[in-house]
Design a binder for this molecule. Structure first.
Ligand SMILES: *Cc1c(COP(=O)(O)O)cnc(C)c1O
Length: 381
């Protein structure tokens, strides 16, 4: 192998080789660089169409998209929202910041998504909503979740940050429930650097989100406010990149699937590791990241394995750390004594290897080979 192919392989590098520069130049040449500017409307419109929604509201990132969605829905003090223990902090943070209480369910051990069967037992008189978070490339089993929500009169928030271009039973992720959110962080399937989107079919919710995004200005009297909002605005520069990325979404999803399948071809059948499912009855994996979960029988945890990968030039990241084990929430007195064994195991034994859109087949091969080498050496100990 030549020296270049031995260089460190970063965990993510985005692919920005389409019209990004062209559209950015249009921003610079025209002077439209703030949230005013033609690309923002256009990006929102095309994004809404793509996920079969009436409205799309672009915001600064995927975390604040959740903040605005929760507040727009009127969720607050005394309300409970059910969500997976195994997710990013942004989901629970949005609920807590709004003054509501997050209520957790464990993950399905095979899909790593929230176990929909555990939701019903968590419903109380105070339950207001279910937050479905699609994890790592496969969607949550939405049909039973939506049925349950309907039966109990609950709102559904769909965090589709990792699901650009994914479908559930043929319908786009981001089209389910009352309101859905996306992120455009550089490791997502399409990126705007930082950025996020809220989508909904509800005119009132859309209006609320637009207002919350922009400090709750009212048109009648500027600088007089009846409510506190935020500056969550999205710039024309971000939208320029987003438009160029959106043009290539199908291509990116195909590429990600190819990369995921290539990894699985190398790694399938290896003792001691669990790999992402290639498909379920309702979706084919789009491999937001390529995760690996180590069997406890190997006698090592993800932390040890990630160190080995790092030393051998392979970028990596740990899995999410469950919400009930977050020091910040413990300090608030949340989730005391609760246990979610699947989420706890995923957090300790799971990690992901390079999965960005710029990753080349020879790099995938090297990442897989190094992973197999480490496992081989382990079996000899
Ligand atoms: C990335 C991500 C977010 C947060 O998005 P940011 O743009 O990084 O704030 C929220 N939810 C999920 C599931 C994510 O993967």
């Amino acid at each position: 192998m030549n020296v270049e192919s031995e260089a460190f392989i970063p965990v993510n590098e985005p692919l920005l080789t389409g019209n990004e520069k062209r559209y950015l130049n249009e921003c610079i040449d025209s002077g439209w660089i703030s949230s005013e500017g033609p690309f923002v409307d256009k990006f929102e419109q095309l994004f809404a169409e793509r996920v079969n929604r009436k409205h799309a509201i672009a915001v600064s990132n995927g975390s604040v998209a959740l903040d605005a969605a929760i507040v727009a829905l009127g969720i607050g003090e005394g309300d409970e929202v059910i969500l997976p223990a195994f997710t990013i902090i942004s989901c629970a943070a949005a609920i807590v910041r709004a003054g509501a209480t997050p209520v957790l369910v464990d993950s399905d051990p095979v899909t790593w998504n929230m176990d929909v069967e555990q939701i019903e037992e968590k419903i109380t008189l105070n339950t207001k909503a279910i937050m479905a978070v699609h994890i790592y490339g496969l969607p949550v089993d939405m049909k039973p979740l939506l049925k349950l929500a309907e039966r109990h009169g609950l709102t559904v928030i769909e965090d589709a940050a990792e699901m650009h271009g994914q479908t559930y039973n043929g319908n786009p992720c981001g089209s389910f429930g009352d309101i859905s959110t996306f992120s455009f962080y550089p490791n997502k399937h399409i990126t705007t650097g930082e950025g996020g989107m809220i989508v909904t079919d509800d005119d009132h919710l859309a209006e609320r989100c637009r207002s919350l995004r922009n400090l709750c200005f009212v048109p009648e009297q500027r600088f007089v406010h009846h409510e506190l909002g935020w500056n969550f605005r999205f710039t024309n520069l971000q939208a320029a990149v987003g438009l160029a990325q959106l043009e290539r979404l199908d291509e990116f999803v195909t590429l990600k699937r190819k990369m995921g399948n290539q990894y699985t071809d190398y790694l399938a059948g290896t003792n001691g590791i669990a790999l992402p499912l290639q498909h379920t009855s309702y979706a084919r994996n789009i491999y937001w990241v390529y995760g690996i979960v180590l069997d406890e029988s190997l006698g090592v945890d993800a932390k040890w394995f990630m160190q080995q990968l790092q030393t051998r030039g392979i970028g990596n990241r740990p899995f999410f750390w469950p919400m009930h084990e977050q020091p910040v929430f413990k300090k608030m007195g949340l989730f005391g004594g609760e246990h979610y064994p699947v989420a706890e195991r995923l957090a300790r034994q799971g990690f992901y290897i390079p999965s960005g859109l710029s990753l080349q087949p020879v790099q995938i091969q090297r990442c897989a080979e190094v992973t197999l080498d480490i496992l081989d050496e382990l079996s000899l100990r």
